[in-house]
Design a protein. Structure first.
Ligand SMILES: Cc1ncc(C[n+]2csc(CCOP(=O)(O)OP(=O)(O)O)c2C)c(N)n1
Ligand SMILES: Cc1ncc(C[n+]2csc(CCOP(=O)(O)OP(=O)(O)O)c2C)c(N)n1
Ligand code: SF4
Ligand code: SF4
Ligand SMILES: [Mg+2]
Ligand SMILES: [Mg+2]
Lengths: 574, 284, 574, 284
């Protein structure tokens, strides 16, 4: 019974993996465990091989390792793929009636008659609950820990369904407990503090709502769809309108139209969809209509690897849209951070009247982790509209100001009509071709950068000792692996640190340079082949970097990956 | 209450002398005045093109967005602020070419907006290439041997997609167009008025004279509620071209489906902190 | 009678400016003058104010200055806008019947009864020819110099039309000659060598055709449309198919489909249209289908200044498309260079199976200049398709090779069918989610960079003395102004040089570093506010730059602009 | 001459057991075999989605491009290499949603390709959101209160745009679909076969049973040359759904307009250096 345990749940798409994982994760969070769970799934609805990896640790984990201690195998392929690499104690739970493969050596195989139990309960769907029961027994958890979760999940369907699921879970539990009275993969006693369980998708959705989202338009695209469905499921009760657009071009233009007319608005997409929004991003830029765009990355180019993770769109987002205009780009490092970031991104879009990007990836949005508390008081819609009582006639929508920010009304807000325009325009929004005005309007837009750069949201965060010799530098969701690597190295006496960037535009150059001053062993870790973030860092700070760590196979980093990449260089004995 | 003087724009209009766009502008002005709302209660939306300059020429709210994207912007605008009369005035290239996909799906949404299409058969602003409504054989710099695509009939398309209100007009008849716009704005749901508009610089086929010889007004014998009749009239082109309300298909609008009557417009509604709190609790 | 003379021809859109300018330019080129002409026009079809500025010089000019010596004013606004800034000899030609404005002081006003002459000939259209005649007289040119041009222009219409135009020209000529027997703005005698007159649009179009273009699909957009119409006008006789697409998304997808099936294919667009092509660029990247994209820049964002010039899309083009893939980006500096570049861009797209961009701007495509000869032998379609006799089964479209380039067939070319695919794929084009293959395929694509970087097309070119103290660095069409500035400075004894970049991706880092080694006064000149090229140069070479010269009002540079920007700094007495 | 064995793909198919896509795949295989060309003489084109995986599953040429962009790619392909039979097999979201604009304008072009639309009413690959053909009220994760847009009727749309060949089929009837594909490929010009395809994972409304109860085959009394009859049959939906050839509108194809009969395909033609030389001389 150490300080951590990792469980892989594997099976084909459609086998109920999501249900079992969800029941397990929620139960663990409620019992007071700290977890981090990643999802690995193929681009198909049935079949293939998917898995969820759940990491449970005494200290809040920020990532899951690439290996596990226990495996729930719903099919043969899961055994074949995962059993050989299991670490101690090495437990495989499977149903001998459906899973015939056996690991060559090592792991303890716990045979649980899941299908038989389900049959007894009258339907194949009960296999999931039976599996959960079996897992509980193997982990030495009291089945009561899942009772409330079952209730929440099944009671709304019917009392019988709830009872049958509970019975199936009990049967699964008993089947294992009877044969292994001492749990083979026992967990420690949790602290009993009920924790919240969030994933990045829900966190971003909630952050947007908390910051006053009134309208969302999007076109489905993995891995961004989760944010859209999260908001949509709750839209009507919140008075939010959610629209599935005919394409991404429409989605962002709808959002711009809505925002110009007073509804805080956002869209969600992934690379290929973002590409289709490029022109509208530029429209938001010149028309100075606030919009928030959550772009959730997956590997490209084109269709690429639709359900996997990558950080390949950094340069694209930094320069998307023809012509020149400032923008915010935020890349939160974890689901809880994503909540605050999404809220701030929405407010900052309004404050500066610029496009604001939330640059996530599949690893961020599909991974779950526990949090002690989401502080909802920290995200509120801040009103940046002009005060009509203070406004003087004529109302100039694009008034030239020192800050670059003009007083903003929405169409119909006051008695003064105005024009939202896509050309180079006069202060009142009318088309102009005057060279002087063209120059002034460009300078006005870029004057905003001064204020934007001073904002405190998403400044780079240092983890680890100040005097660390080795520094992992990263942006976005790689933060989890980098921070876990720092902890792992600390345990063997290596002083390493992680510098994790969230805001990447405007780039926090001064802060970055200060934090990295004098550091010689800077390793930029990123999920792409070109080293996009590394180039950005160097361009803005002039720092000298050392061996980079890059991964571009669609899979997320884990701490071991970082450490292994540099093990030789530094002769770490680990 | 606005009258024409309140909304009339006195600046320079960047159109060619004689262009049908001047007439459509007058119709739009008249219609807005007739509708009797205050200037800030109307929003004119357009894409890019000669026609699309129109929102700059009326002193109400204007949203002059991207080429082809007037409809999604107008949809977003109406959803955000239902209190606005949203009128789209844009070109045929804009609405049926670059923006064709939005046209189809905006009709399906039945959002309560009125679209005034300046149908001149060409891309005027980019100097005369054939638009989707150009007839076969129309010669242009990018179709030097003549158009070889069958022309798109916007009114047929809108009717077969089930639009709430479909009409055709001829720019020259300013009052007729104005009256159609008024009726369209008053009709709940998506309304299209396809206005035949001579482009004196680039369309040497569909001229004032050409239309003058062909256009006629539908009379009371036409029943716009009759789909078959509407389609038949919509298809009439060539020798005779009917003007007027071709089709009416009253049905619930997008906002009828979305919200209870009397709800405040989105732009005025605020989220409740308790609701956010409750959502956060769902994660526990 | 110096070494150079500049003429402005001004009027409203639709007044015949284009016709007069064209007649004049062609006549000058045929007589053996060297000219450079820029166009300044508004986004409207009639009215407003447009002008053409024609610079004639003994040495081939590469740009036109921002001022003139003579003015043909077709309307009052032309007098108001241009007459006051005329330099010696300062001549204004106008028709007193239509132009009532008079310059306050200085210039000689030549009243030519253009409308009366036209009326005599029976139609207003003859005003253009009358104006040309008047210009000829003022410039001291023999009217015979225009005879052949008139024939080419009008004979195909009818013999009468030709005769009437000639008569009008003669009358215009005589009206001026009678009153000013000694030409007030006399030109030197030309060398008699008939020169070709090209603009960037035609040059790019011809370059594409020469390199084997078979299919072009585009959507009209200023300032790119000229290329598309140039090709389209000649398509049928060449067996090329030209298609006006319904939108830019369609255009590039058509091009990719055609290229995959064996037709060399290209598209033309400008910023907003390019934005809509972003996703398809990414498709070309992963499917490794060769495509050539001419993106002709105008100022943005969004609709921006539709008919004006800018260099704001550099970053966008360098990173357009989600995911990562290599690309060529060429920015030719003049029309003749554009011809060779366009041809090479097409061939190199085929050679490396990558997207190849021609990054021009309004100044490049709309400006005319004379050239001694376009060497058509230098641009030929080079065949890079696999040799079917050497191909071995199974045919692997995405075969992993050291160069990163796989043997390419088009669909239907050989008896082996294959798949062109947008996902991460196996060598045979089938979808894969395998991490190892994903990594290898990314590395394969980037392996191409090595060969691409070694290509000689578009390497930076040095103009001026090697030991120049001051270096203007630029890319694309700014080359003209930069080179003219170097000459102007040389004339006052200042040793300046221009380093003009054409290929910007892959960036010729080694060449650039070598050329700039030891230079301390590096001034990057570019048409944007952010200094996009300067950042790129620094990122790739680490050079230290001095005060930049940036212009972002939609207007092109001229030599004086560059010199004025640095005059104070260097105390140039000019 | 290919027979099924030559083109059959033996690898794994990534569809859900029971999906109608398997049936459509069989129909496509059969049709290609029946058309009797060599494997490299056919090109299957698709966008992205479940349906769009189809080109990977037949051993002829495949072009699997972007979501929504099958039609422009197919157009380019056919123009470049006329010798190919170009068949598009893609989803309803792909063809009528994301790709709606291309649908309209490709029909207008009358390029000689055949489109097999897998119409399942949902976005299958992205897990069941409503597609443009979903009926009002259809509930999905992104339409939790049901679809509020009127459904797009693809066959009505294609007919009103003047498509050369418009048919509807039901995936279950493999031979019937195969025969329609063969006829469509043989018909010059743009052909649409909208195939009703049950999605067993996400569409719990339009199931095999639902279609089974409604679908019937048009008989000889239906005259596909009669536009009115075609539109009437196309509109039939709900109680009874007609299958078969709805409409035929023979007219010159895109390539008929572009080139003289017998010209070599573009991909085989080379530019003549003299022609380039002549063009260069135009500048002098
Ligand atoms: C994305 C994009 N593509 C192309 C253009 C260039 N463009 C501007 S207006 C226009 C066509 C306008 O035609 P239409 O909508 O019929 O308006 P009209 O000028 O005829 O009134 C085009 C192609 C553009 N602005 N944006
Ligand atoms: C530009 C873009 N937007 C969104 C997606 C995500 N996406 C992939 S398939 C699909 C829908 C597929 O629906 P359909 O075409 O009906 O095919 P089906 O899966 O139902 O067979 C979507 C939205 C994408 N790949 N590209
Ligand atoms: S080009 Fe045609 S449409 Fe445009 S303003 Fe002139 S006449 Fe009107
Ligand atoms: S999700 Fe639906 S359409 Fe996709 S494979 Fe499964 S059953 Fe077929
Ligand atoms: Mg038009
Ligand atoms: Mg579908």
């Amino acid at each position: 019974m150490g300080n951590q345990l990792t469980i892989t749940l594997g099976g084909a798409a459609g086998q109920g993996l999501v249900t079992v994982s969800h029941l397990l994760l929620t139960s663990l969070a409620r019992m007071g465990y700290r977890v981090f769970a990643t999802q690995d799934y193929m681009s198909r609805v049935r079949g293939g091989h998917n898995f969820m990896r759940i990491h449970i640790a005494r200290k809040q984990p920020r990532n899951a390792p690439d290996h596990a201690n226990a495996l729930l195998a719903l099919d043969n392929r899961s055994v074949e793929t995962h059993a050989a690499s299991l670490r101690a104690p090495g437990v495989v739970i499977l149903d001998p009636a459906t899973v015939t493969a056996r690991p060559p050596n090592g792991p303890l195989v716990i045979e649980a008659p899941l299908s038989t139990i389900a049959k007894t309960q009258g339907s194949k769907v009960y296999e999931n609950s039976a599996a959960l029961g079996a897992l509980f027994a193997a982990l030495g958890l009291p089945l009561e820990g899942a009772a409330k979760v079952f209730e929440d999940q099944f009671a709304k369907k019917s009392a019988k369904i709830l009872a049958d699921n509970l019975a199936a879970a009990r049967a699964g539990f008993d089947a294992v407990r009877t044969r292994y009275p001492s749990p083979p993969a026992a967990l420690w006693k949790p602290d009993g503090k009920r924790r919240a369980l969030i994933n990045g998708a829900n966190a971003i959705g909630l952050g947007m709502i908390a910051a006053g989202l009134r309208f969302i338009a999007a076109y489905p695209m993995s891995p961004s769809t989760g944010i859209f469905t999260y908001v949509t499921a709750r839209a009507r009760e919140l008075g939010v309108i959610s629209e599935q657009a005919e394409d991404e071009v429409a989605a962002l233009n709808m959002v711009i139209g809505a925002s110009a007319c007073g509804a805080r608005a956002a869209t969600t997409t992934s690379g290929g969809g973002l590409a289709l929004m490029a022109e509208a991003v530029s429209l938001a830029g010149i028309s100075e209509v606030p919009v928030t765009i959550a772009n959730i990355m997956r590997p490209g180019p084109a269709t690429g690897l639709p359900t996997r993770t990558g950080q390949e769109d950094l340069n694209f987002v930094l320069s998307i849209g023809h012509g020149e205009f400032p923008r915010f780009v935020f890349a939160p490092g974890s689901a809880d951070e994503a909540y605050y970031t999404a809220g701030a991104a929405m407010n900052l879009a309004e404050k500066y009247q610029v496009p604001s990007f939330i640059l996530g990836d599949q690893h961020l949005v599909d991974s779950y982790h526990t949090v002690d508390k989401l502080d909802t008081s920290k995200v509120k819609p801040v009103n940046y509209l002009l005060d009509p009582r203070k406004s003087t006639a004529p109302y100039l929508r694009y008034k030239l100001t020192n800050s670059g920010v003009s007083p903003r009304a929405y169409h119909g807000m006051t008695e003064a009509p105005f024009i939202t325009d896509s050309h180079v325009h006069e202060e009142n929004g009318h088309i102009t071709e005057d060279p002087l005005l063209a120059r002034k309007m460009a300078e006005k837009r870029f004057a905003k950068l001064k204020g934007m750069a001073k904002e405190k949201t998403g400044l780079p965060a240092w983890s680890g000792p100040k005097n660390a010799g080795v520094v992992f530098v990263c942006f976005g969701s790689v933060a989890g692996a980098a921070r876990d690597a720092v902890d792992t190295l600390a345990a063997i006496g290596v002083k390493a640190a992680a510098l994790c960037f969230n805001r990447v535009a405007p780039f926090p150059a001064a802060e970055a340079a200060k934090l990295l001053r004098g550091k010689r062993r800077i390793h930029v870790v990123e999920n792409n082949i070109q080293g996009q973030f590394e180039r950005l860092l160097i361009a803005h700070t002039g720092v000298k970097t050392s061996v980079p760590v890059r991964r571009y196979d669609g899979r997320p980093f884990d701490a071991a990956y970082l450490i292994n990449a540099l093990k030789e260089t530094y002769r770490w004995r680990i | 209450m606005a009258d024409i003087a309140d909304i009339h724009y006195a600046g320079e209009l960047a159109w060619c002398p004689g262009c049908g766009d001047f007439q459509i502008l007058k119709s739009v002005e008249k219609a807005i005045a007739a509708l009797g709302r205050k200037p800030h209660e109307t929003l004119l939306v357009s894409g890019i093109g000669q026609a699309a300059k129109l929102p700059h020429y009326v002193r109400v709210n204007g949203f002059n967005g991207l080429h082809g994207r007037a409809l999604p912007a107008a949809f977003g605008a109406k959803v955000a602020n239902e209190a606005l009369d949203v009128i789209v005035a844009s070109g045929d290239g804009d609405l049926y070419g670059e923006g064709g996909n939005h046209f189809i799906h905006t009709v399906r949404r039945n959002i309560d907006i009125t679209v005034v299409a300046h149908n001149n058969g060409v891309y005027g602003l980019t100097k005369g290439q054939a638009s989707p409504t150009a007839d076969m054989g129309f010669v242009s710099p990018t179709q030097p041997h003549g158009v070889i695509m069958t022309p798109l009939n916007p009114v047929t398309l809108a009717i077969s997609l089930g639009a709430a209100f479909v009409a055709r007009s001829f720019s020259k008849d300013i009052d007729f167009t104005a009256a159609l716009i008024v009726e369209a704005v008053k009709t709940p749901g998506f309304a299209l008025i396809d206005v035949l508009q001579p482009c004196v610089s680039f369309n040497k086929v569909n001229t004032y004279q050409w239309y003058g010889e062909r256009a006629y007004k539908l009379d009371a014998t036409h029943n716009p509620a009759d789909l078959g009749a509407a389609l038949a009239k919509a298809a009439e082109w060539g020798e005779r071209i009917p003007l007027g309300v071709l089709y009416k298909n009253p049905r619930a609008t997008y906002m009828d489906h979305q919200r209870a009557p009397g709800s405040p417009p989105l732009c005025r509604a605020a989220p409740a902190p308790e609701q956010v709190e409750a959502l956060a609790r769902e994660f526990c």
